[in-house]
Design a protein around this ligand. Structure first.
Ligand SMILES: Cc1ncc(COP(=O)(O)O)c(C=O)c1O
Length: 412
């Protein structure tokens, strides 16, 4: 089965050249620029094959052996496989692999545990909370009463004292720990203790670190949280999607919260691809990958600091780095634009306790390509030169093209 459209003779190319050209153009963009967006990765050809398989044709509302449609024998087996692999990988009593995205997984967790109007304590959006952690533009901020905790202005670390104080004064129904931009490990035992003290559920939104958890390179929230929400893309390197992990006692509530409360038919091709991704993540090679992701991020953070960027929290425990380029005389948006022109693709992010935007980057994708610490040092040096305006954009773009040419994401 052809996964990446071949230049000649591919069925899509023969039928619809316009779309085929877009796919090939995107493949070329991904292969010739540096993918440093912290939430992105390169899924394997096997994951892509499952995504592009005939399981995409199948309607399967409900759960294995309890579907609203006929002909589900095979997709039932695929979903059971994905569920069993997820449970084994993360040591969870129950896994729901149907959420279409990380946001859908969070929505399902709230639906399982909360009622509209309940109070929820979560990392505030200016400090790295996700939209689903109480943004007024999101269902979460509209339907629940969110209280935000923050990070210490000096260290950039989560202000645990504030978490405890806010929990005691607001008595939330749930506490959420998880972030889009926090580069350090969450202290799950601490959050569990606070939740227990105030009688709250603990929801870990581990969308970012769950791949590191799978590879043994980050602490596992499953033993501590009532419900763990996650994405299956990002470091975990599966298909774009979500999942919910929980104990046996919440299994039925979580399943009903996913279907029929918040979703319709499951996407069986994605679920099969999740099974493939979980299978890959259970291998020793993935463990080595996850540790290399963190080693690369640590080197990149240190070298970006040496180039003069102000690295939030002074470094990282994970795949993620956030940094302020202001010491180099550029704001976050300008920096992102200059780096993009050089073929270095990353995001802006909020910088706690300022109105400025910083940079957010991660090492999941470049590590999948096989890059190591040496390449991270090289990237940091180029970063510095680009941001200080010491290198011509076109020259830097050529250098990036030369580097990425040595690490093709889909060789052959
Ligand atoms: C902490 C957190 N929660 C939820 C999500 C949402 O995932 P998705 O974009 O798949 O909806 C993200 C995505 O970046 C995230 O970082």
């Amino acid at each position: 089965m052809s996964v990446i459209p071949a230049p000649e003779g591919d069925v899509l190319r023969r039928q619809d050249r316009e779309v085929a050209d877009l796919l090939l153009g995107e493949l070329d963009r991904q292969a010739t620029t540096l993918q440093l967006i912290a939430a992105e990765n390169f899924t394997s050809p096997a994951v892509l094959a499952a995504l592009g398989s005939p399981l995409a044709n199948k309607y399967a509302e409900g759960y294995p052996s309890a579907r609203h449609h006929g002909g589900c024998e095979i997709v039932d087996a695929a979903e059971r496989l994905a569920v069993e692999r997820a449970k084994t990988l993360f040591g969870a009593e129950h896994a729901n692999v149907q959420p279409h995205s990380g946001s859908s997984a969070v929505l399902a967790a709230y639906a399982a545990l909360l009622r509209p109007g309940d109070t929820v304590l979560a990392l505030g959006l200016p400090y790295g909370g996700h939209l689903t952690h109480g943004s007024p533009a999101n269902f979460s901020g509209r339907w629940f009463d969110f209280v935000g905790y923050g990070v210490d202005a000096e260290s950039g670390l989560i202000d645990h004292q504030q978490v405890r104080t806010l929990a005691r004064s607001h008595r939330p129904k749930a506490i959420v720990c998880g972030s889009i931009a926090y580069p350090r490990h969450m202290d799950y035992p601490f959050f569990r203790a606070v939740a227990d003290e105030v009688g709250a559920y603990l929801i870990a939104d581990a969308a970012h670190p769950i791949g590191l958890v799978a590879g043994g390179a980050a602490p596992n929230p499953v033993p501590y949280a009532d419900v763990v929400c996650a994405t299956t893309h990002k470091v975990l390197r599966g298909p774009r999607g979500g999942m919910v992990l929980c104990g046996a006692e919440l299994a039925e509530r979580v399943d009903r919260a996913v279907f029929p409360f918040t979703q319709g038919g499951a996407q069986m091709h994605t679920i099969a691809a999740k099974a493939v991704g979980f299978g890959e993540a259970a291998t020793p090679a993935f463990g080595a990958y996850a540790h290399q992701v963190v080693a690369n991020a640590r080197v990149l953070a240190a070298r970006l600091g040496a180039e003069g960027l102000a690295v939030t929290t002074g470094g990282t425990d994970t795949h993620m780095i956030t940094a302020d380029p202001a010491p180099l005389g550029v704001d976050g948006r300008t920096a992102r634009g200059r780096l993009a022109a050089a073929g270095i693709v990353l995001d802006c992010c909020a910088l706690p306790h300022t109105d400025d935007r910083g940079l957010r980057l991660g090492t999941a994708a470049v590590t999948t390509q096989g890059m190591g610490q040496g390449e991270m040092e090289w990237i940091a040096v180029l970063f510095g030169k680009v941001l200080r305006g010491e290198v011509d954009g076109a020259r830097a773009r050529e250098d990036v093209r030369e580097l990425t040419g040595r690490f093709p994401p889909y060789p052959g």
